[in-house]
Design a protein around this ligand. Structure first.
Ligand code: ADP
Ligand code: MG
Length: 238
């Protein structure tokens, strides 16, 4: 139950409106990319979906439920950040177990779950290592593993590749795609990189200055951009 919809969402910080009447419908299982220039409101929208930020007006629905007034921990959502913020003093297994331990799941269940996800992400030989003993790509996989073990209804990614070099970036991009193919978890993926958006998104939402400029498949945006802004951003001639 992971469809996500935003209805007329607005957000202001003090007197500054940063999200202006945004409505987006993301189907269950869909991989949706939010793209836009720096400052266009991508991270703020993601944080509103996650429940880490209140909206000033509008509604957020997840799996058909109105979650607008629900706290982050009630929303069954997992967020993967750009800085892979692992707990440095914990092993890979402890990092991946942490949220399940907080939720007081039985020890045996946690072990089984972490083993299964580690195998899926090819982390099984690294479970006893500390984050500092891992490569950048491995750390990013642990961050994903930590999200997957919680079995969330929705994954949110905020520029998860931006700390990686070009080669790793394309590798992790492939891993995220494989993961989505395997789990079909509804995903909202923020980037400012059009190649990333075009290769990953089933649906692409172009944001400009806190508003939705256009929504469409990669092909639609490429073939029929609604504006010079979208054409320029997606990279085809206007
Ligand atoms: P993006 O992720 O697309 O770069 P953000 O969502 O981070 O954009 O920011 C959108 C706008 O909102 C920017 O102008 C930013 O300065 C402003 N903003 C974001 N968070 C805050 C905050 N906590 N307080 C004040 N302004 C903020
Ligand atoms: Mg951002």
């Amino acid at each position: 139950m992971g469809a996500v919809s935003l209805h007329g969402v607005c957000k202001s910080f003090g007197a500054v409106n940063v999200i202006k009447d945004v409505s987006i419908d993301i189907a269950e299982g869909e991989f949706c990319v939010l793209i836009g220039p720096s400052g266009s409101g991508k991270s703020t929208l993601l944080r509103i979906i996650a429940g880490l930020e209140d909206c000033t007006a509008g509604e957020v629905h997840i799996g058909g439920r109105d979650v607008t007034d629900m706290q982050a921990k009630e929303r069954n959502i997992a967020m993967v950040f750009q800085s892979y913020a692992l707990y440095p003093q914990m092993t890979v297994r402890e990092n991946m177990s942490f949220s399940l331990r907080l939720a007081r799941r039985p020890k045996e269940e946690i072990r089984r779950k972490v083993d299964a996800v580690a195998q899926m992400l090819e982390l099984e030989t690294l479970l006893d290592r500390l984050p500092k003993e891992l490569s950048g790509g491995q750390r990013q996989r642990v961050a994903m593993g930590r999200a997957i073990v919680r079995n969330p209804a929705v994954f949110l990614f905020d520029e998860p590749l931006s700390n990686l070099d070009a080669k790793l970036r394309s590798q992790v991009r492939g891993e995220i795609r494989d993961l989505h193919q395997r789990l079909a978890t509804t995903s909202v993926y923020v980037t400012h990189d059009q190649v990333e958006a075009m290769t990953m998104g089933q649906k692409i939402v172009v944001l400009r200055d806190g508003r939705v400029e256009q929504v469409g498949s990669p092909l639609t945006l490429y073939d029929s951009p609604d504006s010079v802004f979208v054409a320029g951003f997606i990279g085809s001639p206007a």
